[in-house]
Design a protein around this ligand. Structure first.
Ligand SMILES: [Zn+2]
Length: 239
């Protein structure tokens, strides 16, 4: 069995597995937002999960808090809950366990239904929370639903949050397995497309003249083959 204990690297070490102090979090977030306005500072934050082997699941730290508006930061301390989150592309919405709901004393904003592969159709409640990703990016006033608590026997597999496509689609998300070591990297916001098919075409079609028919075989409405330079070449040149 491969070891699935990943090591997370974050470009902004705002959050780790430890309990976070709310005030410190806000100060760091404001500081980061200030730095990101500087021209020589990256306009994104990133996190990387490095598996020690092939990973069967991608789990990183995460912090959930009651919702608050960045333009109107509350004076009283904000309750936060730091735990582990599973990155799940099969999940449409991000879910938090009922344990977190209780710990943060969250009030539901509505009721709904979701399809769970484990339990079938489940009724659930929706909550509005702030989500602090381990790269230091805060997602404000985001709607999540609760899911039934369960514990995997393997402690390395335990998580209390499922990060769904609603969060993943805010950035660029890549999984690679070079040398049988899984690496997941995520950045927010989304900046550049990853397309292995274009990488293949760049090698395969390196010697095709610009005015030759495109090797992909596409034709115009009259059945004339499209020229390489008007078809697949621009995408390859821009990649
Ligand atoms: Zn083409």
């Amino acid at each position: 069995m491969s070891n699935n204990n990943g090591v997370e690297q974050v470009s902004e070490a705002v959050c780790d597995n430890q309990e976070m102090k709310p005030l410190k979090t806000m100060t760091l977030l404001q500081n980061r937002e200030y730095l990101m306005r500087k021209s020589n500072y990256p306009k994104f934050t990133a996190l990387t999960f490095r598996g020690e082997g092939l990973a069967h699941w991608l789990i990183t730290p995460i912090t959930i808090s009651e919702e608050w508006d960045p333009n109107n930061v509350p004076k009283s301390p904000i309750n936060t809950y730091s735990t582990r989150a599973l990155w799940d592309t099969g999940c449409t919405t991000t879910c938090i366990s009922t344990k977190i709901v209780k710990a943060l004393n969250l009030t539901p904003i509505r009721q709904g239904e979701y399809a769970s592969p484990l339990y079938g159709k489940e009724t659930c409640k929706f909550y509005s929370v702030n989500i602090l990703l381990p790269c230091g990016h805060m997602v404000y006033e985001h709607e999540v639903n609760d899911f039934r608590d369960f514990e995997y026997e393997d402690p390395s597999r335990r998580f209390e949050v499922m990060i769904g496509m609603d969060l993943i689609q805010m950035g660029d998300f890549a999984i690679t397995n070079v040398g049988e070591k899984t690496r997941m990297s995520f950045r927010i916001p989304s900046i550049k497309t990853i397309d292995y098919n274009i990488e293949y075409n760049k090698i395969r079609y390196a010697n095709i003249p610009r005015n030759a028919p495109c090797p992909c075989g596409k034709m115009d409405e009259t059945g004339v083959p499209l020229k390489f330079k008007f078809c697949c070449l621009p995408e390859m040149e821009n990649y």
